[in-house]
Ligand binder design. Sequence first.
Ligand SMILES: Nc1ncnc2c1ncn2[C@@H]1O[C@H](COP(=O)(O)OP(=O)(O)OP(=O)(O)O)[C@@H](O)[C@H]1O
Ligand SMILES: [Mg+2]
Length: 600
Amino acid sequence: MGEYTRAGKFFWAYLKKYKLSFVIITLTIILATFLQVKAPEYIGRSISEMGKYVGELMAANAQGIDPSTVSKEPFFNVLKNLLIVYLLTTASTLIYSMLFSRVVGHSTNRMRISLFRKIEDLTIRFFDSHQDGEILSRFTSDLDNIQNSLNQALLQVLTNIALFVGVIIQMLRLNVSLALITMASTPIALIFSVFIIRSSKKYMGIQQKEIGALNGYMDEKISGQKAIIVNGQQEEVIEDFIGHNEKVRKATFMGQVFSGMLMPVMVGMSLFNTAIVIFVGGAMATDPAQPLGSLAVALGLVVTFVQYSQQYYQPVMQISSSFTQLQLAITGASRLNEVFDQPNEVKPEHGKKIDTIEKGVALEHVDFSYDEGQPILQDVNITVEKGQMVALVGPTGSGKTTIMNLLNRFYDVNSGAVKIDGVDIREYDLNNLRSNVGIVLQDSVLFSGTIRDNIIFGKEGATEEDMIEAAQAANIHDYIMSLDEGYDTVIEDENNIFSTGQKQLMSIARTLLTNPQLLILDEATSNVDTVTEARIQKAMEVAVTGRTSFVIAHRLKTILNADKIVVLRDGKVIEEGNHHELIKLGGFYAELYHSQFVFE
Ligand SMILES: Nc1ncnc2c1ncn2[C@@H]1O[C@H](COP(=O)(O)OP(=O)(O)OP(=O)(O)O)[C@@H](O)[C@H]1O
Ligand SMILES: [Mg+2]
């Protein structure tokens, strides 16, 4: 039940803004329903009037009166009313459906915006622990489900509840016994539909789960296609895929069997009902004891009730089948709520501002773990003086990128502190801190757009000269100019156009353009050709000159000139000193250096 109340609250939060629209929607639904249930009465009356007319015509003939004196007026009056009823029904239906679509469109739009805002406020921890596709699906399939089910199912439920009540009132008004006969089979229909809906809901749940598993499987295999080819696993992958696909088919089939059963059963019930109404009503209408006039009235009433017996079951059918769809909206709402419940980044209020870094940066007794109970960094102490360059080296997984994550507050330390000029970075204004810390990520990201867009990404209003200067410093200007379109080259699928090294050089240019006081470079691990490697090295040299910087390097050549080299292993600092000191020490660094030297 909690799920339903939460979903209700969620929807209400977005829908409540449109109270006036809802008042109009309610009024037009009531009007349309009233007219809709009024129509059969007029159809019945028109039959009655026609019957009376025929009766009077026959009487006039028998008595030798001129048949043209018998008036058709009452019959035409009823038809005129019927026409007005139909026109008004169409108009009011049009009004409420358009208003409803508008309300739903606006509110799902607002949901999408708040979701995106929320995403921009989330911690890096959230992104590290959720698949991109998983996050994206909340924007696509969940929001689509919400929009469709609100638009179709909710409107269906509302109009059909109105219709159901309207038909009952109208039937009771016209003829109590025929009304009761029409309603007599309701309990049986309800029992049937509850059973069918329950079963189909069960299989729909299984179906959704299996579809999720199938999508997950495809996502993983498509992005890992290269690994599949390299290992010759194509046949195995196809077989597993067929297995997943078969599970989806079975669940879908069972779901369809049950949900498909609802309509025929209900249609059958309603036809059966109509037959009873015709049988009982027919007995009334053909009672020879009645005068001709009232026989005609009774005949009209039967026609009316034949229509009601069909109208009466329609809402029951529609409401039942809309429930499955509403369920999708509720599931969607709880999946969106999962995101809204995530903690935001902690932003210190009235945080201190960094003017210029005067002294330097320090990690003091830092302990850190991504997941509780799995320590990654243990008692790490590193200091960097203003303007110095510190290099972090160590085997893969030793915690180099993790240290970078802490300097920028992507994550916060478990204990100890990261300090800039002796002040814990948690006391600084977060935006201010980040605008002073420039990071070139290990996996460089290029967005779709031109190269120009990508380089000036971090600095609004940067001039062409600034951009070119940054690109030159990053040693990528000449390469960019060698492209046909130069800086206007459009990046569509970043992976296809540029090498890892080129992407990293563009990221370096982007970062240099913001002229950060503290620079962190996380060198790309992937193999980079020697020319690009030399370029990266040169770019790094230019970038760190005169700047407080951390450089994470895999190729030790890059860092021979570092003021200090910190060697990490399993999250602990094991050696520290400049290149010559460490070589002299003959420890892990020396070993690493010599092994690389041998390879090169
Ligand atoms: N988001 C994360 N959640 C949980 N554990 C993580 C996460 N990121 C990294 N780790 C773990 O933390 C440890 C240190 O990883 P880190 O990325 O800092 O290594 P690294 O020194 O940068 O390695 P490389 O040289 O390969 O870039 C590894 O054991 C890694 O599995
Ligand atoms: Mg790393």
